[in-house]
Design a protein around this ligand. Structure first.
Ligand code: NOJ
Ligand code: CA
Length: 560
């Protein structure tokens, strides 16, 4: 294909008001360290992304969300940024970034990048300045430094716990060698929280946004978008252990969802609007309900928010019906599209999660000693059906690299290989998120299954992954890759992202049945087979004999 043909394709992407690309897009998350390694050091890099852009085009995605690639000591896989306006040498250079972005745009693929505004790395020049400066100085005021409690300031300023386990405060040693103030880190101690009430912090992030917008990115996925502002006085708070690590179920948490955070996004919305081409902001905000999450996507705030309430819904037809209906009420009510997501780099992959038999709060992960081990065949079958449902829903959908290959969570990683700070900070009590971050397989017969030329891989890949490698799945009508490609092509043909959902009656409680335009979707989550309506079957999560739909299977049927 010539580049002129490729460019023509870009121009056909919708960009009229109300039909902006992000309202309907399928956005593929690349976790760069685990995608493709070109220099053989065992860590994926930006040239690796560029090398596989044709594969993503063939898959049929509209956009990429690229997880952090900025300069970072990698204490939290890049979510600890030391320089927001440079590429980490581990991943390449700014020139590699520009080449990747140009290559994506030539193929009609948009690119949104991760932005991490809640905290920086402790290696950020500002934090280093803060450590060297005195208490009460302007350098300290960019972060959340406080005096300790107790007669000698030996106790932390409050009882907050880090999302990754352990205390959320670390005490520093002042330049005269005496024990000094404490700084807040909602995550690892290497990730100090910024003070967003400080205008200097706000100005700096405007500069960072412009830096990437000027380079041509189509938007940002905003990390911990519910966390920037902390409640006045930093009151004590003890989370509910059942709440999952990124956001409690409780109505009010002094470090999540404080009202002042919305001002920040109104400001960013206006800044993005100065640029052409429908640049977008997507909130990573873990909130207990879709109604609450919809506050992040009011008309002058962000454009999208991840629908984590949907991701967290069990494999249960009535629970799914409720969350889909709620989502389609809550987001359009504020003029935003609903988004849909089943997997990302922070959760147990849905090919395993949907067959877990014990509670597994987000962030806990699963390892060899966890209760409720999933049955792999059941998990994959449900995952294929779940994706078949998700990609028929109106709105935008996020995919996580490797789900198109049906990759399961890697459960039996050796303890010594684990790298998630959660694992270290909880002394192994929580396995954390490494199991969904294992480098993905491209070629079954190549070293590291084609992930890297040398066979190096920062986390070990299971031997069963030879059979799941992309090349083993291309052309196999039953493979998960073929299923995803088919779903994405039909979704585009039938414009399902821009459609509307109509529930269909006459089916049992265990069945999800709805129409989106001419496509009827039936998913059987119960044990008994379900009779299918007339029409041409355009997609099926499993082979279907005759007109009876077996358990844990979903189909798309085209009707007049
Ligand atoms: C959410 C990111 O998705 C996660 O990977 C990271 O550890 C935390 N935010 C902290 O930045
Ligand atoms: Ca590399």
């Amino acid at each position: 294909m010539t580049s002129t043909e490729l460019l023509a394709d870009t121009e056909t992407l919708p960009s009229a008001p109300g039909a902006e690309w992000w309202r309907t897009a399928v956005i593929y998350q690349i976790y760069p360290r685990s995608f493709a390694d070109t220099n053989g050091d065992g860590i994926g890099d930006l040239p690796g992304v560029t090398a596989h852009l044709d594969d993503l085009r063939e898959l049929g995605v509209d956009a990429i969300w690229l997880s952090p690639f900025q300069r970072s000591p990698q204490k939290d896989a890049g979510y600890d940024v030391a320089d927001y306006c440079d590429v980490d040498p581990l991943f390449g250079t700014l020139a590699d970034f520009d080449a990747m972005l140009a290559g994506a745009h030539e193929r009609g693929i948009r690119l949104i990048v991760d932005l991490v505004p809640n905290h920086s790395s402790d290696q950020h020049v500002w934090f280093q300045e803060a450590l060297a400066a005195a208490p009460g100085s302007p350098a300290r005021a960019r972060y959340m430094f406080r005096d300790g409690e107790g007669a000698h300031g030996e106790l932390p300023p409050n009882n907050w716990e880090s999302v990754f386990g352990g205390p959320a405060w670390t005490r520093v040693t002042e330049s005269d060698g005496t024990p000094g103030q404490w700084y807040l880190h909602l995550f690892d101690s290497s990730q100090p929280d910024f003070d967003w009430s400080n205008p200097e912090v706000r100005a700096e992030f405007r500069r960072v946004l412009r830096f990437w917008l000027d380079r041509g990115v189509d938007g940002f996925r905003v990390d911990v978008a519910h966390g920037l502002i902390k409640a006045e006085g930093l009151p004590d708070y003890t989370p509910d252990p059942a709440g999952g690590s990124m956001g409690g179920n409780e109505a009010s948490v002094p470090y999540w969802a404080q009202p002042g955070v919305h001002e920040v996004y109104r400001d960013w919305h206006a800044l993005l609007a100065e640029y052409d081409g429908d640049r977008a902001l997507c909130a990573e905000a873990w909130l207990p309900t879709v109604e609450k999450t919809a506050l992040w996507v009011r008309p002058d705030e962000m454009h999208q928010a991840f629908n984590f309430a949907y991701l967290e819904t069990a494999w249960d037809a009535s629970a799914l019906r409720d969350i889909v209906a709620e989502s389609l009420r809550a987001y359009p009510a504020v003029g935003a599209p609903s988004t849909w997501v089943l997997s990302n780099h922070d959760v147990v992959r849905h090919a395993s999660r949907l067959a877990l038999t014990a509670e597994n709060p987000q962030g806990a992960g699963i390892g060899p000693l966890s209760p409720g081990q999933p049955i792999p065949t059941l998990g994959l079958r449900r995952a294929r059906a779940a994706t078949t449902v998700m990609l028929a829903l109106p709105g935008s959908a996020y995919l996580y690299q490797g789900e198109e290959l049906g990759l399961p969570e890697v459960i039996d990683l050796p303890d010594g290989a684990r790298q998630d700070p959660t694992w270290f900070r909880t002394h192994g009590e929580r396995y954390g998120r490494d199991g969904c971050r294992v480098p993905i397989p491209w070629y079954s017969a190549a070293p590291a299954y084609g992930f890297s030329p040398t066979g190096a891989s920062w986390l070990p890949q299971p031997s069963e992954w030879a059979g799941l490698a992309r090349d083993a799945q291309v052309g196999d009508p039953l493979s998960t890759l073929t299923l995803y490609r088919g779903l994405l092509a039909e979704r585009r043909t039938h414009r399902l992202g821009a459609g509307a959902l109509e529930w269909l009656g006459g089916y049992g409680d265990d069945v999800l049945a709805f129409r989106n335009g001419r496509v009827t979707v039936i998913a059987n989550l119960g044990a008994a087979p379900v009779a299918l309506p007339e029409g041409r079957m355009v997609a099926a999560s499993e082979p279907v004999d005759g007109r009876m739909l077996p358990t844990d299977t979903a189909v798309w049927i085209e009707t007049e």
